[in-house]
Design a protein around this ligand. Structure first.
Ligand SMILES: Nc1ncnc2c1ncn2[C@@H]1O[C@H](COP(=O)(O)OP(=O)(O)OP(=O)(O)O)[C@@H](O)[C@H]1O
Length: 593
């Protein structure tokens, strides 16, 4: 690689050289690609031609009843414009013409400050940046990758084929395996050529549940199948023969909702308060953020992200997610969780991907304590979301109980260049670790998906292909969230989102760094999203460098900027975060353990 890490002085050469050595070895880790399960894309509004201009967007499935439409708080795609103080002459007059219908939200592209006043010192610079971007054709806010749902043409809907239930269940079973046996899969062991805890085979001629359960954490449960009434999950699963992947009508008898309950280790959905009271007193619940799909509440030391699903009406202008989509996200987050376990992983480990502490399915209308918290936040920040008081009794939600990761990069005020490079090295190292472990690509690492906090730490540890490495943090802790677009090879399955079904994602404004990054990813993957292209991680690193140069203000000198610009140039040559982490830019941050 260009400018490969130089030999360090003061006896620090060994470990750094070892790392370099490790990466110089020819890669033997091309895994055997086994069945490919792609996350189902719901392709709702708009058709590509509809989406050529945001003002032509029509509400999804306008024939559906929607309390969202009645609520009609604001036109969401304008939200980042208004909150960020960006002036867009093009859209302003048109708002008046469209007051009655809530537009589908443009999820985080570019991400919005989620109600936080953007009062920090970089605002003027950022405004200038946006003005510059606006000078390009302002087609729309960077588009959402999530047009889940169905293509709608008039009243006719055509549903995408969805993965077979058996594949979803395999993934679920596999995730139990990951979760409880705490080691990479056998395939991954081979990939990494490191010893790993042996795993029992999952796929037997008949399904042996003993191989997928741990007695202490998973016991047979009764499940309520919405369509078929009560059924013991063991009995239901025993009807499956995972060895036989042929189409078989009984495979469809386990619905994804049941599987989701299974992954959450629940016999049935629970009440919000029963869940929240595990973490805090109800009166202390506070809303801390919102996204298109999720409402995030602080509960004690955790963050509970509530995502409504399976309802037949839109929320926040988008169709609700389906059980199977959430099942995928649940599996993915559990796989990444396994990286947290340093004691059990001697191959690859890091703590940078947000920890999912628990996953639970809830049902019912919003609890009074949550509504109070929601309204309080709304008063202060002005929510873009629909008021949750109107959810019906039968509404289902998946609650992600997450580690609290701090503030997103967009609103976090970085103090100096050391913090900026600490951020870069932590993201790069985390991506390198996840690439090595699971061929992971985040594919959506915009500044809303990087959370930051100051924790007084001096260094942070990673294990990369068996080598323990530490970097100086300057007190900054980084967490990566939102794996919706991510691709991962669990060793058994590949989970990915087929972005070729979402042409809208690639039509963001010219010159907008985030939109350009989606387009570059498309070039790199040639629209084959199931494949492994770790270069996409590098594209997001380039994006981050741009953000740090153009959109964030902090104390820095011209040499710092030059260094960052040369890093950006060199990043152009790397094909993976694993290569990028060896860049000389990070060398000073490396600490010999
Ligand atoms: N673990 C966390 N720690 C702290 N804040 C969080 C955490 N998870 C989410 N948040 C807050 O909640 C907001 C919404 O979360 P997130 O972006 O995951 O939701 P979403 O519905 O998936 O959003 P999107 O609109 O990007 O699809 C985040 O911007 C952040 O402010």
């Amino acid at each position: 690689m260009d400018g490969k890490a130089k030999v360090r002085s003061g006896g620090e050469v060994d470990l750094w050289s070892e790392i370099i050595g490790a990466s110089d070895q020819p890669s033997t880790n091309a895994p055997l690609i086994q069945p490919v399960y792609q996350r189902r894309r719901r392709t709702s509004h708009p058709t590509p031609s509809d989406s050529d201009h945001p003002l032509l967007l029509q509400p999804t499935n306008s024939n559906r009843l929607s309390f969202a439409a009645a609520n009609n708080k604001r036109v969401s795609w304008n939200r980042s414009l208004s909150i960020r103080g960006r002036i867009s002459i093009a859209v302003a007059p048109c708002l008046a013409n469209q007051p009655q219908q809530k537009q589908p939200r443009r999820r985080g592209k570019p991400p919005v400050p989620k109600g936080k006043a953007a009062e920090h010192s970089s605002l003027d610079k950022e405004r200038a940046y946006f003005q510059e971007v606006d000078a390009f054709e302002l087609l729309e806010e960077s588009p959402s990758p999530k047009h889940f749902g169905t293509w709608a043409t008039g009243n006719q809907t055509v549903t995408d084929p969805i993965p077979h239930v058996s594949s979803r269940l395999e993934k679920w079973l596999f995730s139990k395996k990951i979760n409880f046996s705490c080691g990479p899969s056998t395939t991954l062991s081979k990939i990494l050529e490191t010893p790993a805890a042996p795993m029992d085979p999952i796929y037997t001629s008949g399904l042996d549940l003993s191989s997928v359960k741990t007695p202490e954490k998973f016991s047979p449960v009764s499940v309520i199948d919405a369509d078929q009434g009560c059924e013991d999950i063991d009995a239901a699963i025993k009807k499956l023969s995972l060895a036989s992947k042929s189409t078989s009508s009984h495979l469809d008898r386990i619905d994804p909702f049941t599987a989701l309950l299974g992954i959450c280790e629940q016999p049935e959905p629970m009440k919000f308060l029963d869940l929240f009271s595990k973490y805090c007193a109800p009166e202390s619940i506070a809303k801390i953020g919102e996204g298109t799909y999720g409402e995030a509440f602080r509960a004690g030391n955790t963050v509970c992200k509530i995502v409504p699903f399976d309802g037949d009406f839109p929320v926040n202008g988008e169709l609700q997610k389906k059980s199977e989509e959430l099942l995928e996200e649940a599996v993915l987050s559990q796989v990444l969780n396994s990286l947290q376990e340093f004691e059990k992983n001697d191959s690859n480990a890091c703590t940078t991907f947000i920890e999912t502490i628990d996953l639970k399915v809830c049902q019912g209308s919003y609890d009074a304590a949550l509504i109070r918290a929601w309204e309080k936040w709304d008063e202060k920040n002005g929510s873009e979301n629909d008021h949750p008081k109107e959810f019906p009794e039968k509404q289902r939600y998946l609650v992600f109980v997450l580690q609290h990761g701090g503030k997103d990069l967009e609103s976090f005020v970085l103090e100096n260049f050391d913090e900026a490079r600490s951020l870069l090295v932590q993201v790069t190292a985390a991506l390198a670790v996840a690439e090595a472990a699971y061929e992971f690509e985040h594919r959506d690492l915009h500044w809303g998906n990087i959370l930051l906090s100051r924790n007084g730490s001096v260094t942070v540890k990673f294990i990369l292909e068996g080598k323990q490495i530490s970097f100086r943090t300057y007190g900054l802790s980084v967490s990566i969230i939102d794996f919706t677009l991510s691709r991962i090879n669990t060793g058994e399955n590949i989970l990915f989102l087929d972005l070729s079904q979402d042409p809208y994602l690639f039509k963001g404004p010219k010159g907008d760094k985030q939109s350009e990054t989606y387009r570059k990813m498309k070039e790199v993957t040639e629209d084959h999203w199931e494949g492994s292209f770790p270069r996409t991680n590098v594209l997001w690193l380039v994006y981050l460098v741009d953000i740090l140069l153009l959109k964030k203000t902090y104390v820095r000198c011209s040499k710092n900027e030059r260094d960052m610009r040369s890093l950006k140039k060199r990043l152009d040559k790397y094909d993976s975060a694993k290569e990028a982490i060896l860049d000389p830019f990070f060398e000073d941050l490396f600490v010999n353990n």
